[in-house]
Design a protein around this ligand. Structure first.
Ligand SMILES: [Zn+2]
Length: 164
């Protein structure tokens, strides 16, 4: 396993639409385990998308149990080719991102989602979730389409905050 370098803005890979995984090969499995280790090595990090480590592939790793505050969660989630198939409600929260090191922003997301994805063994699964876990999944899936939370704030003037 290895800790991977996180790309930060304005790296162009972060703006690209990532490619679906067709075969969960040994190199995909190695990338996933490196992404897990990279996520755990960074304090407060609860999710990583493959483009953040320079790979334009549709893979995300999320574990909100790593957050300091307790939230209802499903532990470690490895999602290949994740797709939101249902969403409802609205939830506003302050988001941050390892790829946007100096800022946080207020973003309105869906409150509840259903995500269809492949697990690491290639089995198709559907996860229903809500609250913080739902927000983190939407943030990470956004990375696969080249979107950052900066693209989701309603006002660049009033909803972006410099980290101090
Ligand atoms: Zn991010």
């Amino acid at each position: 396993m290895a800790i991977l370098e996180i790309l930060t803005i304005p790296n162009n890979i972060l703006k690209q639409v990532s490619t679906p995984i067709e075969i969960i090969s040994g190199s995909v499995k190695k990338l996933v385990s490196d992404m897990k280790e990279t996520m755990k090595s960074s304090s407060h990090c609860v999710g990583i998308a493959a483009p953040q480590v320079g790979v334009s592939s549709r893979i995300i790793v999320v574990d909100i149990s790593l957050n300091m505050k307790p939230h209802k969660n499903n532990g470690l989630l490895i999602m290949i080719n994740p797709r939101i198939i249902y969403s409802s409600g609205k939830l506003k929260s302050r988001e941050g991102c390892l790829s946007v090191p100096n800022f946080t922003g207020n973003v309105i997301r869906k409150a509840k989602i259903e995500v269809e994805y492949l697990d690491i063994d290639g089995t198709k699964k559907i996860l229903k979730t809500s609250g913080f876990e739902s927000i983190v999944l939407q943030h990470e899936i956004d990375h696969l389409d080249g979107f950052l939370f900066l693209d989701r704030v309603s006002s660049l003037k009033t909803d972006i905050f410099k980290r101090i």
